[in-house]
Design a protein around this ligand. Sequence first.
Ligand code: ZN
Ligand code: ZN
Length: 221
Amino acid sequence: MTGLARASERLDGAVRDRLPVEFLGAIDFHGHLCPGLTIGYRAASIAMERLGVARGSDEELVGIVETDACGIDAFQHLTGCTLGKGDLIFRDHGKQVFTLVRRADGAGVRVALRGDALGSDPERTRLKARVMSGEATDDERAAYQRGSTDHVLELLELPDERFGAISTVQVQLPPKAGSFPSVVCAVCGESVMEPRARVRDGAPCCIPCSTRYGRGWEINV
Ligand SMILES: [Zn+2]
Ligand SMILES: [Zn+2]
């Protein structure tokens, strides 16, 4: 049955008791507890509090995330802005920056993780490298896991201002996403949304097919 248990239920009870209830839902959605998820949880909580919006309020919100790491799962869970609904904008900047915007007036709060918020613990870094290499012993793996949980708890307790650079922003949002017609890719025969289509030999084609046509650097996919 353990395979079916929610990720939050698999946590050590003493750890689970120290975690905010809304965070437990994010852990279930993400599938595990990790420092990265905690970053998104903190960023979303700070942004919602500063913007004065509660989870599940019918205030229309738009999220802008500049990372595709673990944290965006917590951000989506807490704010309700999701990629699928079209109210989450992903900018592939590789930065731990999360912005929450009220659609009605474009008022937003931007939270950028501080460079020193994660601290620097050489032992944690060493254990992580061992685990990532796949060569860690069981003891090292357990020590890494304990360190990771400690790290989560540290991040949860960090004062807002030490966690992130927080600013109020005014954002010009794009209009709500409409639906677009599809065209059929002349190479693979699959449908592609027209604004994403490319042209090859004068005929529409999809991005994957178009990347095999050209000098190789035009599109990064
Ligand atoms: Zn994670
Ligand atoms: Zn194609």
